[in-house]
Write a protein of this length. Sequence first.
Length: 103
Amino acid sequence: MSRELVTLSWVGDVDLGRVEELRAQLTQALAGNPAQLIIDLSEVAFIDSMGVGLLLEARVAAIRADTRLVLRDMTTRTRSILLATGTLKLFNREVTDAPTQPA
């Protein structure tokens, strides 16, 4: 039986006001024990320290679940925030042909 791939697409701001909602999505996605979890960040307009913390929590949870976590198509702003915080290097990243800026 092969393990599946799960994709979450986050839109808008990833901040204090949404962290609980997004944490619930992550928990549900990882509960299915997928082989790979992709978080599509192509439509994230802003990410604050709570959002960065949530991505770090997701990384730890994925490691514990033996799931490969991939951040897909992050915006330039999101990438620069992860780079500035020193966390960008901790994540597997994937770039598709999608735009790298939110509309």
